[in-house]
Ligand binder design. Sequence first.
Ligand code: ADP
Ligand code: ADP
Length: 229
Amino acid sequence: HPALALHDVHFAYDPRRPVLRGVTFAVPHRRFVALVGPSGAGKSTVFALVARFYEPDAGAVVFDGRPAAELTRAACRGGIAVVHQNSHVVHGTLRDNIAYAVPEATEEELRRVIELARLEEVVDRLPGGLSAVVGERGSTLSGGERQRIALARALLVRPSLLLLDEPTSHLDSINESALTTVLKDVAQECALLVIAHRLSTVQHADRIVVMRDGRTVAAGCHEELLTRS
Ligand code: ADP
Ligand code: ADP
């Protein structure tokens, strides 16, 4: 079974105005799937349904072969980590931020996510390495570093499914390409679903699903979609 599958999902916030009108795609385990499409296509709404903030009006959301409707919300959310566009806003120290999700995280666990999110260079810059992370203020970090901290924080919970909403929205092109590479490695650990408005952000995705007007209208790898459009 894929980690996540949506089958012909329909949804409306307001019954007079349908937002999702047939969304079908799957995210296999340890695969990187991207959801792209113009603003208003319904991408964030798909995330809200996967996180079970809302239930579909028709169709099904299925986790690892088990229909969401048969599971409690807590059971569905247990294995899911979500990083929103603005999750990277940090106030405390770097360590506070990374350990926020799992306060009792061991040094070994912190090292693992720091490595996975390629935060070593941030940590190395601090005199004393990881132990000095305790003193580093979030405000001195760049936007790209902050987005990677949000990612590290999400990975600390060892999710089976990781949802990232526009993870590069605040990045310049150099940081964007760095994060793009990180995503490829992250997918070695868990199923990854990333919302993007630019195809370049998700060029390493195993599969790109295109949404338009509340429907999934195409799917393929980066090259396939480029040659078709
Ligand atoms: P493709 O066939 O090109 O992979 P589709 O949009 O047809 O793309 O399907 C995407 C994924 O959604 C498929 O891998 C499949 O597992 C799942 N899927 C689609 N429709 C259904 C369905 N009616 N029942 C079960 N799984 C489905
Ligand atoms: P995308 O993420 O692709 O930009 P959204 O899912 O945010 O698309 O929005 C799809 C449509 O749903 C838009 O018309 C938007 O105005 C509407 N919408 C999104 N969130 C809400 C909400 N909480 N209540 C009512 N309408 C919403």
